[in-house]
Design a protein around this ligand. Structure first.
Ligand SMILES: [Zn+2]
Length: 111
């Protein structure tokens, strides 16, 4: 039976892993821990992060993204970019809504 953490070598390329808490191989970049292992916690899943970004925390979810050991550094920056773009879009939509309501009120008062 396969161990969830096979000694201290990368399961993909067999390179020795020096960092005991590394989630990704420094040589080939593949995850050292299978996604369904007990070490993969529910709050570290990408789906949970996306829910936090879009419905709960917005840009405040960025620390969660940066601290997530299951994401590669590239995936982290993509998610940070998504969070920032979403924040800008929400702010812009809010500004437009206020402008729209203001102009509706102004024209409504003049008839
Ligand atoms: Zn490797």
């Amino acid at each position: 039976m396969e161990s969830p953490r096979p000694s201290h070598t990368c399961p993909a390329c067999q390179t020795p892993v020096l960092d005991a808490v590394a989630a990704f191989c420094s040589h080939c970049g593949r995850p050292l821990v299978p996604a369904d292992s007990p070490r993969a916690k529910w709050h570290q899943s990408v789906g949970f992060l996306l829910i936090m970004i879009f419905f709960v925390l917005g840009p405040l979810a960025i620390p969660l993204i940066l601290k997530n050991p299951r994401l590669s550094s590239r995936a982290r920056w993509i998610l940070v970019g998504v969070a920032l773009l979403y924040t800008v879009a929400v702010i812009d939509a809010g500004r437009r809504m206020i402008a729209s309501v203001t102009s509706t009120l102004n024209t409504g008062l003049s008839f």
